[in-house]
Ligand binder design. Structure first.
Ligand code: ZN
Length: 478
């Protein structure tokens, strides 16, 4: 093909392409809605701002002078609970009405102050580790000191008896001797803590007379977390003991002769037993005038009348002419700080009343409250769930708890048979029909009509007791 022809064909092809392109350009829709300038400005303004890191050179820090720090002490103030002082203890109905109106728990003035007293434990005693045997007597003790002494039961498996520590606060002036005994049942921990707090917060230089504190009477049980002695005997069924009797009887005899007979008054510290817990309360034989007088010194505490079982430390001491009471607080195998604290304050109140140690208090001593008591039982077996708190005032018919059959889902309510106060109760657990679940205290002012308060033991194991099987497992509180 010659040059002219090639040029012509290119020209024709260009025309054809140009025609097609022009056709296409006409077919293409024209964008008539082009963004206005103001729209573009808005779009830019609203677009996300993207910031890219720019390396900047940081100059090295200049050394600064260290600030001078002064030691400071901070104090924390507990809010004071709002209380309404009531002149008398109203009926439970009135209390419930008051609670409704106030929308909070209402406590009667008679039982308020013991818990609300300001803390008194400022003094911490220094212990002298003399380790003198109590058998050698207390005469060698220096006035105004706290001393660790030792009691040996003279009875053990390996020929050498276990030395049991005894704390003795010797006052500067002669006076009465108050004895505190803890863990006669080895699994009851609150009493051990109560003895420690009382003994170490007493200033012996301000003490008149003597305080003997035995934190753990049943050391063998305590070491095994058990209520009993190693032979499964309950030490608190063998007082005052017998030097030729069983092992338990000999231990009881030794303790009674060497320690208890040196006391002018005795407080035996216990807890509820076997999955039951107690509001701090005294068990006392109120038919004994000296015991009744002793109970009056404890201040605002719940007091139940009970003569005390055969062989208990309390009943044996009273029989020997030593006024004695049992202080029950909390449950076994646990330390209940609130119950311990309440009990310690009650014991300080007693020390003040016995003119042994002056208590600093601006509340005055509230009167103790005397109660008769009764147990409310579960009628069906099942899972027991408590619906009330320990210490709660209840009216007859109030629901105390429920028992639910785990298989049939049938639920039974346990209701209060009388109006009163929950002074002891079973912890949540599986119970059999007839199980004593709630201990109700019914206030009374007439000593003559005070019924004997039964411990859980009396109701749950009366058959064993009647058979005289005293050293078998029972559910005694004390
Ligand atoms: Zn006990």
């Amino acid at each position: 093909m010659d040059t002219w022809a090639r040029t012509l064909s290119v020209a024709i092809l260009s025309l054809v392409i140009g025609f097609i392109m022009s056709k296409l350009a006409v077919e293409k829709p024209v964008d008539t809605a082009a963004p206005a300038y103001s729209d573009l400005v808005t779009e830019i303004a609203e677009a996300p701002l993207i910031v890219a890191p720019v390396p900047v050179e940081v100059p090295p820090p200049e050394p600064q002078p260290l600030p001078v720090v002064f030691p400071s002490v901070s104090y924390r103030y507990e809010p004071v609970p709002v209380v309404a002082m009531l002149p008398v203890t109203p009926e439970p109905d009135a209390m419930t009405e008051l609670e409704k109106q106030a929308d909070r728990e209402v406590v009667s003035a008679a039982e308020l102050p013991v818990e609300e007293w300001p803390p008194e434990r400022e003094y911490v005693a220094t212990l002298r580790e003399a380790d003198t045997d109590v058998e050698d007597g207390f005469d060698s003790l220096e006035p105004g000191t706290l001393t660790r002494m030792t009691w040996r039961a003279g009875e053990s498996l390996y020929g050498s008896s276990i030395p049991t520590p005894i704390l003795v606060a010797e006052g500067v002036a002669p006076g009465r001797t108050l004895c505190l005994t803890g863990a006669v049942h080895g699994d009851e921990l609150n009493g051990i803590e109560i003895v420690r707090r009382v003994m170490y917060s007493l200033d012996p230089e301000k003490l008149t007379g003597r305080v003997i504190g035995v934190p753990i009477v049943n050391l063998q049980g305590f070491e095994r977390h058990s209520r009993y002695l190693p032979d499964r005997r309950d030490l608190n069924r063998f007082f005052p003991g017998n030097p030729r009797g069983s092992s338990a009887s000999r231990i009881a005899f030794s303790f009674f002769e060497k320690v208890v007979r040196r006391c002018d008054a005795l407080v035996d510290l216990h807890t509820g037993s076997f999955h039951r817990t107690n509001l701090p309360q005294l068990r006392a034989n109120l038919l004994d005038e000296n015991v009744l007088t002793l109970t009056e010194g404890f201040g605002g505490l719940v007091i139940l009348h009970s003569t005390g079982g055969v062989g208990t430390l309390r009943a044996s001491a009273v029989r020997a002419g030593i006024p004695a009471v049992t202080l029950e607080a909390g449950e076994p195998l646990r330390v209940d700080d609130r119950a311990v604290d309440h009990s310690v304050k009650a014991l300080y109140s007693l020390l003040d009343d016995m003119e042994m140690y002056q208590r600093r208090s601006f509340w005055g001593t509230p009167e103790p409250t005397y109660y008769g008591s009764l147990w409310v039982r579960a009628d069906k077996g099942g899972m027991l769930l408590g619906e009330v708190k320990l210490g709660k005032r209840v009216k007859e018919g109030d629901v105390l708890g429920t028992v639910t059959d785990p298989i049939t889902n049938v639920k039974q309510e346990i209701r209060a048979s009388h109006s009163g106060r929950v002074i002891g109760m079973a912890l949540n657990q599986f119970v059999m029909p007839g199980y004593a679940a709630f201990h109700l205290g019914v206030e009374t002012s007439d000593m003559g009509t005070l019924p004997e308060s039964q411990s859980a033991e009396d109701i749950d194991h009366s058959v064993a007791l009647a058979d005289g099987v005293m050293d078998e497992r029972d559910d005694s509180d004390e």
